[in-house]
Design a protein around this ligand. Structure first.
Ligand code: SF4
Length: 189
């Protein structure tokens, strides 16, 4: 099978690449207009490209159009569950269109490495996006490989981001870290 693998970042690519490329022809699509700001987008992309180049892996960087992401999540900014579904749909739709254009059979995504992403939402968004472009959505669940992905990415010295990608998740993560700090301080007092 010829698979277009949507990749969100370098650390999350490591394990899905190994799992899928063992039995399939795989090409990688970096399709992430959700990432904010541009410097962060570039840092994640360059981390991914650096590792891919070291392995001889082909990566297609799709157009970075954050305004398309703004349109996709309009009205859902304060509803993380629905916002993430719309975000998955957009990114997997971009990968699916690219797969169809290049004659690939299916799309898979590295998003299912993360234990913080909703696998049902990814599956639903991927299936709908792929149906629109006449390609198959390959359902995967790489969460059990997350510890190994973490270990390998640390060992490789890869940049590891501390928020999902969009400006809302940046703020949500920052607030979460502050809450944890305050809880730890309260426990020590
Ligand atoms: S939190 Fe992550 S998946 Fe959800 S909308 Fe933001 S970037 Fe997309």
């Amino acid at each position: 099978m010829r698979i277009m693998l949507h990749a969100c970042c370098g650390p999350c690519l490591l394990e899905p690449w190994d799992a899928l490329s063992a039995d399939h022809e795989v090409r990688v699509a970096y399709a992430n207009p959700n990432i904010h700001p541009l410097a962060e987008y570039e840092r994640r992309r360059d981390t991914l490209l650096g590792w891919a180049a070291s392995q001889g892996i082909e990566v297609d960087e799709l157009a970075y159009e954050p305004e398309s992401w703004d349109r996709a999540v309009a009205g859902l900014e304060d509803r993380p569950g629905e916002r993430c579904r719309a975000c998955f749909r957009l990114r997997l739709g971009l990968a699916a269109a690219h797969a169809a254009e290049l004659g690939y059979d299916a799309v898979a995504t590295t998003l299912t490495v993360s234990p913080w992403q909703d696998p049902d939402a990814i599956r639903e968004a991927g299936a709908r996006a792929c149906a629109e472009h006449g390609v198959e959505f390959l359902v995967t669940d790489f969460r059990e490989r997350y510890p190994e992905a973490t270990r390998r990415s640390r060992e490789l010295g890869m940049y590891r981001q501390n928020y999902c990608g969009c400006r809302y998740s940046d703020e949500e993560s920052r607030q979460q870290r502050e809450r944890r700090r305050a809880e730890r301080a309260a426990r020590r007092a």
